[in-house]
Design a protein around this ligand. Structure first.
Ligand SMILES: Nc1ncnc2c1ncn2[C@@H]1O[C@H](COP(=O)(O)OP(=O)(O)O)[C@@H](O)[C@H]1O
Ligand SMILES: N[C@@H](CCC(=O)OP(=O)(O)O)C(=O)O
Length: 259
């Protein structure tokens, strides 16, 4: 629970949703997220885990190499991250929202002192109405750009900060049944009580831009469920997707925190 009894929500936004499946970060999508946060701010408090640093950098530079080597991706992330934050800042500022940046790596969650520092920093930011925008510190850790584990970073952060809900925004209407995917007639699994039954529905498909595919989202949801936190997997390309999910106006996957 956030300050003044507000519901604390962690929004993880993947590269696919941020680019609206193009090769460019969508300023319109970032504005759409800001508008929703602004409309919901009396009842909800948001923490954002945002991918997109590498995608932004690719708009500006071409580094030597084929762009797939890990060290080249790390350099692209270092170039893109300040631009990503500038785009968040500019769009959110117009809406009266304040932004801040936290770069974290998994190892930080294993050291008690670092865990405490992350908690202290983010809690002070939230108390002062600064929206924390988190990404992995790709200079010191490569897990996420190898495996797409911004999803896991979102789960670890959600648990540490005791959020009420995690929304993972991607480019599908949640998790589809495997049969429906094979037949190209996508059908969403809307409610999941037993997360173990989901495993058989996952294909190893990944979109051309994202890294983790659905597996890393389910792994994240499992960590969250073990900590009694609900996860929603939502299509972030839709305008107003957070509000529409809250009002049950779109189809998405809800992974309950209890069996
Ligand atoms: N059962 C499933 N339902 C929906 N998507 C799936 C499923 N199995 C694999 N996928 C793939 O997972 C992709 C989303 O993950 P990813 O590409 O890593 O996106 P993001 O950038 O949002 O993290 C989908 O575009 C799809 O190709
Ligand atoms: N830290 C990287 C994130 C890469 C990543 O995991 O992307 P995604 O699978 O879209 O969540 C970046 O900002 O580009």
């Amino acid at each position: 629970m956030g300050k003044l009894g507000k519901k604390r929500v962690l929004l993880k936004i993947g590269t696919n949703a941020l680019t609206k499946e193009t090769d460019q970060i969508s300023r319109g999508k970032i504005e759409d997220i800001g508008r929703q946060i602004s409309a919901l701010k009396d009842d909800y408090e948001f923490i954002i885990v945002s991918s997109g640093a590498i995608a932004v950098a690719k708009q500006f530079v071409k580094l030597e190499g084929n762009g797939k080597e890990i060290n080249v991706k790390q350099a692209l992330a270092a170039i893109g991250q300040p631009h990503l934050m500038r785009i968040f800042h500019d769009n959110f500022w117009e809406l009266g929202l304040l932004t801040s940046q936290c770069l974290l790596s998994y190892a930080d969650f294993e050291r008690e002192i670092s865990r405490q520092n992350i908690m202290n920093t983010i809690n002070v930011l939230l108390e002062n109405n600064y929206i924390p925008i988190i990404n992995e510190n790709d200079t010191v850790a490569t897990d996420e750009i190898k495996f797409g584990d911004n999803d896991k970073l979102a789960a670890l952060t959600g648990c540490l900060l005791n959020v009420d809900l995690v929304i993972i925004a991607t480019n599908t209407d949640g998790i589809y049944t495997k049969v429906s995917m094979n037949e190209n007639k996508q059908k969403t699994i809307q409610l999941v009580e037993d997360i173990d039954k989901l495993q058989s529905e996952i294909s190893t498909d990944k979109s051309s831009r994202g890294t983790g595919g659905m597996q890393s989202k389910i792994d994240a949801a499992r960590i969250l469920k073990n900590n009694n936190i609900e996860t929603w997997i939502v299509n972030g390309i839709d305008d107003g997707f957070i509000q529409k999910a809250i009002n049950n106006e779109i189809t998405f996957t809800k992974i309950l925190n209890k069996n």
